[in-house]
Design a protein around this ligand. Sequence first.
Ligand SMILES: [Zn+2]
Length: 77
Amino acid sequence: MTVDMTMLVEYRPPGGEPRQIRVTGEQLHGRACVVGPGCTGEVLVDAGHVRTSTGEGSAPLGWPVVAHRACVEMEAQ
Ligand SMILES: [Zn+2]
């Protein structure tokens, strides 16, 4: 079992409302479905981006993220 750090980010799905989620490094760097864990699928597609706040006085950073096609469609509703 891998212990993976998570961080709180603002997720902006394409066509969906921004919301706060926790992501792992794998999700943040576009290597794992941003909607998961607990979902399954094969193809990962563009799923908008998340913004990390880096602290007071610094601009938030945007990170492109991926998700399973079905997860993206679910987010867009
Ligand atoms: Zn998924």
